[in-house]
Write a protein that binds this ligand. Sequence first.
Ligand code: BV8
Ligand code: ZN
Length: 247
Amino acid sequence: MLVNNQVIISAELRKRFADARRVVVLTGAGVSAESGVPTFRGGGQSAVWKGMPFDKISSAGMLERNLAEVWEWFNYRRELIEKIAPNAAHHALAGWEKRFPDFTLVTQNVDGLHQAAGSSDVLELHGNLWRARCKTCGMKYDLRDKESSESRTFICSACGNYLRPDVVLFGEMLPAGVFERAVLKARSCELCFVVGTSALVYPAAALPEIAGAAGAYTVEINPELTPLSDLCDEAIQGKAGEVLPLF
Ligand code: BV8
Ligand code: ZN
């Protein structure tokens, strides 16, 4: 709730936050915005790469048609994110992991900033751009190790075939078990926060609805309203880096 443009946490939410043991948080690009990571949909625009909307360049179809172009897009984002540090929102959520006996952080982000802030066991629904995997044998490689032949050649040293970004592209299934684990936690949590997402991409956007339907108290944190705002018990219109540290 806003008072003189100040975000005030309701007494109801403070009480539930104090008593909660099982908490789920779903994050999107908005949680990294204050770190300087461009969101996909900001200010009504959709991110484009060389004139292509992001959900076209980040698609299974593009991977088949032009793997080099897909690598160029993710190499550009890795170079961007390499210079970026997690913000107060990431750090607050890393603290929540220690605060709640049963805490689950689910993210749509591939930037690895939650882990950089100290969060462990993050459920990465859409993968991570610091990893590559072989299109043939599935072997995974860490691209942080610049000296590795893989991060220079994008060729699998195990079977010699092409590597691809270890992210989920549009039209591709989510990594086995990750979404299922998130659904189980959403079904049994008392409190579910949805932070910095436009809630347009599925199946990720279904998680807060699943939590709410199972009786959880759901709270959205986003400067803008989204399709989830009316479905949540509370919609706090503010920036993640300013609101999350208030708890
Ligand atoms: C799949 C990785 C099975 C790559 C990504 C049901 C209905 C309709 C369509 C579908 C459906 N089921 C499946 C689909 C198709 C598709 C889909 O959802 N399409 C959408 C566009 C309609 N889903 C899929 O393809 C999924 N796979 O379903 O497999 C299948 C298989 C075959 C055929 C059918 C089904 C895979 C989806 C995953 C794609 N990969 N990322 C990459 O990063 O490039 S998705 C990518 O886009 C992100 O990961 C994220 O999920 C999404 C972007 O959304 P947000 O993160 O929310 O970011 P956005 O910019 O949109 O919004 C930012 C928000 O933050 C805004 O609201 C803003 O106000 C707010 N904000 C800004 N600043 C702040 C802030 N909030 C807080 N603080 C701030 N400071
Ligand atoms: Zn291989």
